[in-house]
Write a new protein. Structure first.
Length: 333
């Protein structure tokens, strides 16, 4: 693992982003660079992509290191903040990579926290709304402990993140590390992987290709979608705040999966239809953040409308999909 001497000796804040070539990690890197940070991106590329950070090639304030954070992590020189985003994040990924998901949540978080302790750096953990499991309260507040099946197929991700939160708080209490925990709700936008199994790229890709939109169950389960720029703004604000307890960041605007499918169909003017399939095990019935704490502590709330964000996301995927004859037009927005 190498690091340029100019980056290591910088007078600017130096931030590490694990999972730096991922969807969120790459957008976070952009924001940190815009805020005047030097950024070190670390990723083993198991689900991340160099394409997400290709625009940063040649940027003197950015350096990328290909490394698996479940293995010992060494960075020479000063480090001011560590943003731990490394993890498979879509159901398809963590169902195909269950052991890797558990290891990055446990060993990867331990290694990243160890580096934060060594460097006396601030540490921000990218946790998830999945720590709430299939929630019994609605909307979900940070003081809710969740309803998680630890041995179900989704448990590898849910419990990896719950352990990551626990060890993060242990390092804060025992070692005095300045830690933050963000619980991320459903987020969408450019740089998502088209075939990553999450509902936004799945529906957009299927509609652009003229294929049926696959809705699991009867489509009555709800999700709340936050555009990526809003999410990153909330995360950056949290990293600058003194709080150590978890904070929800997401868009409280809630819709059913069926409503979302119908929205995509209307925007793309496609002949694709909705196709219903059996609901996966432990799929959450509802998901909506209570963002009262984020408003109070960070002065944050989402600004990008769902239609505006969806149009930008469709435009991104349109350049990556070969439309078929089933798609008659472009977005009506």
């Amino acid at each position: 693992m190498s690091l340029s001497s100019t980056l290591a000796s910088s007078k600017k804040p130096i931030s590490i982003v694990t999972g730096g070539a991922g969807f969120l990690g790459s957008h976070l890197s952009d924001r940190l660079l815009a805020e005047g940070h030097k950024v070190i991106g670390i990723d083993n590329l198991i689900t991340g992509s160099i394409d997400n950070i290709g625009h940063l090639s040649g940027n003197p304030d950015y350096e990328f290191i290909k490394h698996d954070v479940t293995k010992y992590l060494f960075i020479p020189g000063r480090v001011d903040c560590i943003y731990h985003f490394a993890s498979p994040a879509s159901p398809m990924d963590y169902l195909e990579l269950p052991i890797q998901t558990l290891k990055v949540g446990a060993l990867g978080t331990h290694n990243a926290l160890g580096l934060a302790k060594e460097k006396n750096a601030t540490f921000l953990l990218a946790s998830t709304s999945e720590v709430y499991g299939d929630p019994l309260i609605h909307p979900q507040q940070e003081d809710y402990w969740g309803n998680v099946n630890p041995i179900g197929p989704r448990g590898v991700y849910d419990e990896a993140k719950r352990f990551a939160e626990a060890i993060t708080m242990a390092y804060h209490r025992y070692h005095g590390i300045d830690t933050k925990i963000v619980r991320i709700f459903n987020t969408y936008g450019p740089r998502m992987r088209l075939k990553d199994g999450r509902v936004v790229p799945a529906f957009i890709g299927q509609a652009l290709e003229g294929e049926p939109l696959t809705v699991f169950g009867d489509g009555s389960q709800t999700r709340s979608f936050c555009f990526v720029s809003d999410l990153i703004d909330g995360i950056f604000r949290l990293s600058m705040h003194a709080t150590h307890n978890p904070v929800n960041i997401g868009n409280p605007g809630e819709m059913t999966i069926k409503q979302f499918a119908e929205k995509v169909l209307s925007l793309l003017d496609t002949k694709s239809a909705i196709e219903y399939r059996p609901l996966p095990e432990d799929d959450p019935k509802v998901r909506q953040p209570d963002i009262g704490l984020a408003k109070e502590l960070l002065g944050w709330e989402p600004k990008v409308s769902f239609d505006e964000g969806l149009e930008a996301t469709i435009d991104y995927f349109r350049g990556r999909v070969e439309p078929t004859a089933g798609v008659e037009g472009t977005s009506t927005l």
